[in-house]
Ligand binder design. Structure first.
Ligand SMILES: *[C@@H]1O[C@H](CO)[C@@H](O)[C@H](O)[C@H]1NC(C)=O
Ligand SMILES: *[C@@H]1O[C@H](CO)[C@@H](O)[C@H](O)[C@H]1NC(C)=O
Ligand SMILES: *[C@@H]1O[C@H](CO)[C@@H](O)[C@H](O)[C@H]1NC(C)=O
Ligand SMILES: *[C@@H]1O[C@H](CO)[C@@H](O)[C@H](O)[C@H]1NC(C)=O
Ligand SMILES: *[C@@H]1O[C@H](CO)[C@@H](O)[C@H](O)[C@H]1NC(C)=O
Ligand SMILES: *[C@@H]1O[C@H](CO)[C@@H](O)[C@H](O)[C@H]1NC(C)=O
Ligand SMILES: *[C@@H]1O[C@H](CO)[C@@H](O)[C@H](O)[C@H]1NC(C)=O
Ligand SMILES: *[C@@H]1O[C@H](CO)[C@@H](O)[C@H](O)[C@H]1NC(C)=O
Ligand SMILES: *[C@@H]1O[C@H](CO)[C@@H](O)[C@H](O)[C@H]1NC(C)=O
Length: 579
């Protein structure tokens, strides 16, 4: 009885909160909403929504871990720093371990090339309700939306990085890795996305940064990696509304203002193609919108470009020696046959993927041709002033370049698709496959079945890097800001020694870095790489069922272990980094 009554009450408050315009209440962590109901017997009421209420309404109880205060680093056992045997398998058994295959003397990474590892707040931090953090959309997606995460996992504990970051940074440093790229949780710093600042969160990130500096590890920060403060999604639809732009700007102002003197390299937003592609969200959990489903990603993208550009200029104003860039993704597009239709399909694919955000920030301030043809039917054109503001707002081309695809026209041809909104490939109107034109061989070794988008495709990396440089001409060069491999079936393994040998991932890093060395030898300006990921973590909709770490984490005990790939990664720099 009680629970049913409470449930109905919560449903009421929930609908109520969703339907209201909450912008006026954003100045305080207690959200007070006032609104007239829509029924015939209209009435006015107030709901005082504390942070705790907000969690209870939208997320419910969360899990915690036994280590729940910041802990000093566990010393890294020296035995765990012995490289795996052997790093290279000679073609003829010599009875000896060979530390590395013979070095190609034409290759080198320039002295200032940076190499590191990356992670993202919701995927690794855990401690989701600790020290005043507000909920993000991902707390709702993991807790409330059935089957959104195939394993039903949440980020409640994840890698417990929020409390164990000192150990995590010490371990990176012990391996010899010099860069750590992490992301800030917007809803830790601003629990309701805007308004009152949570000082505990600022103090936390102060110490993460200072710990990096103490260990000689360069921190790099990404402001936004998909964990949108829930309140902003519920107030106005998050990225669907231009109202996000000043809120993102305010958040960026706090971060740049506090950390610009200690952190030089910044990324504003991570992979907008992907997070804009999350729209439309599952209905009934977030604010409703009238924007047609198929158009929602492009509304999101529009506001991403405006928010990114505004934040870029703000950061430069605060300190013009910062390096600030948008973080892109996509892959090399290989024309599957030499037909003219497939050539057009390839260009459509560049335009709807990399070009969507890269043409505006590097070339024109505006969308590429095929994308513009579509979005101009419903989005407002950027004004000349907006184009000027957007153009030139990335110092490096930061690309999360995991893999590549073969691209071809739809079976129906392209035009039958662009003219037909019901076509399954509309509005992209190109098709992709991982199979060669013989429909027999895959492009390369497959990752885990949970990541069908990912096969090793390192043969195409040099061509891809040339394409990026020639097309978008980034003034500060190209950085591969994420790359990595989901070792097939890794999460099914229970034997520690088996888990720690990860041959598919090791090969991927070795081949990929060789491909970068080839491109460097050919004159492409690649300036850094970040391996994804620092360790196993919550792989979004795949939960902990897909693993990307160069370290294994036992999620029962939160103990960390280096995998063989960590040594393969570092060894390439030990061998090829210029003195
Ligand atoms: C919400 O409030 C803001 C600020 O008062 C206003 O600019 C905006 O038009 C309102 N939106 C709606 C849908 O009422
Ligand atoms: C922290 O964990 C301990 C057990 O390790 C538990 O007794 C305590 O209640 C926890 N504190 C908080 C604030 O969750
Ligand atoms: C996840 O939860 C849903 C609903 O609670 C349930 O139907 C499903 O079987 C669960 N999936 C797994 C993998 O446990
Ligand atoms: C500007 O940023 C750079 C890089 O982080 C830093 O070295 C410098 O001290 C900052 N300038 C000021 C005035 O703080
Ligand atoms: C965009 O900026 C680049 C330099 O960053 C410049 O070469 C180009 O002409 C600009 N494009 C437009 C349309 O203003
Ligand atoms: C897209 O390609 C797949 C093969 O990868 C094919 O089965 C499918 O029919 C194609 N779809 C369209 C609409 O062309
Ligand atoms: C549009 O696409 C749908 C789905 O593929 C198809 O059933 C329909 O016949 C197409 N309409 C036209 C006019 O081609
Ligand atoms: C993880 O830790 C648990 C608890 O100590 C242990 O039972 C399990 O074997 C460990 N898993 C691996 C792969 O070492
Ligand atoms: C060494 O690198 C150069 C430049 O990339 C390349 O042309 C050559 O084939 C490489 N040699 C070997 C043995 O791989």
């Amino acid at each position: 009885m009680f629970s049913i009554t409470l449930f109905l009450l919560l449903q009421f408050v929930r609908q109520f909160v969703e339907c209201q315009n909450l912008s006026s209440s954003l100045s305080s962590p207690i959200a007070t909403v006032s609104q007239t109901s829509t029924g015939s017997s209209a009435f006015v009421t107030n709901v005082d929504l504390t942070l705790e209420d907000f969690w209870d309404l939208y997320v419910g109880p969360v899990s915690t871990f036994s280590i729940n205060t910041t802990v000093e680093p566990t010393p890294v056992p020296s035995s765990s720093l012995i490289p795996p045997p052997p790093l290279y398998y000679p073609s003829f058994p010599t009875g000896q371990q060979v530390p590395f295959q013979s070095k190609n003397e034409s290759w080198k990474f320039p002295k200032d090339f940076w190499y590191g590892v990356a992670g993202a707040a919701y995927q690794i931090e855990g401690a989701v309700k600790a020290e005043g953090r507000g909920p993000s959309i991902w707390d709702v997606l993991t807790h409330r939306v059935p089957n959104y995460v195939v394993t039903n996992d949440t980020g409640d504990v994840a890698d417990n990085h929020y409390y164990q970051y000192k150990e995590d940074i010490a371990r990176i440093a012990a391996l010899g890795i010099k860069t750590y790229s992490f992301t800030l949780s917007w809803s830790r710093i601003l629990p309701f996305g805007a308004g009152a600042v949570n000082e505990q969160a600022l103090a936390h990130y102060d110490d993460v940064i200072d710990t990096c500096l103490d260990y000689g590890v360069t921190p790099m920060i990404t402001l936004y990696h998909w964990d949108l403060p829930l309140f902003l999604q519920n107030s106005y639809g998050g990225w669907l509304s231009e109202r996000i732009v000043p809120h993102f700007n305010e958040y960026a102002r706090i971060a740049f203002g506090r950390w610009h003197s200690k952190v030089q390299t910044w990324f504003t937003l991570n992979e907008p193609i992907v997070f804009c592609g999350f729209y439309p969200f599952p209905i009934n959990y977030f604010k409703k919108t009238d924007i047609p489903d198929v158009q929602q990603p492009y509304y999101c993208g529009h506001h991403v470009l405006l928010a990114h550009a505004a934040a870029y200029h703000l950061g430069k104003q605060i300190n013009d020696s910062l390096s600030i860039s948008l973080k892109h993704n996509g892959g090399y597009k290989i024309q599957r046959t030499d037909s003219e239709e497939d050539a057009i399909a390839v260009q459509r694919s560049w335009d709807f993927q990399e070009g969507w955000f890269s043409d505006p920030v590097f070339l024109t301030g505006d969308y590429p041709r095929y994308l513009r043809e579509y979005v101009s039917t419903f989005l407002p054109d950027f004004t000349e002033e907006q184009k000027q503001m957007i153009n030139g707002t990335s110092d490096i081309y930061a690309h999360d370049a995991y893999t590549s695809d073969f691209i071809m026209a739809p079976d129906t041809g392209i035009e039958a698709c662009t003219r037909n909104e019901s076509h399954p490939l509309f509005p992209l109107c190109y098709n992709t496959t991982k199979l060669y034109a013989n429909d027999y061989w895959a492009i390369g070794a497959a990752g885990d079945p949970g990541t069908p988008w990912l096969h090793q495709a390192t043969d195409w990396v040099p061509a891809f890097l040339h394409y990026m440089q020639d097309t978008w001409k980034p003034r500060g060069g190209i950085a591969i800001t994420e790359f990595g491999m989901s070792e097939p079936y890794e999460s099914l393994k229970t034997n520690l020694a088996s888990i720690l040998i990860d041959p598919v991932r090791s090969q991927y890093y070795r081949d990929y870095l060789e491909a970068i060395l080839i491109a460097l030898a050919e004159g492409v300006n690649v300036v850094g790489t970040l391996a994804w990921s620092i360790y196993d973590n919550l792989e979004w909709g795949q939960g902990y069922g897909v693993r990307f770490g160069i370290q294994y984490v036992n999620f029962t005990t939160q103990e960390r272990y280096f995998k063989a790939s960590a040594f393969h990664y570092v060894n390439m720099f030990d061998t090829y980094l210029e003195e």
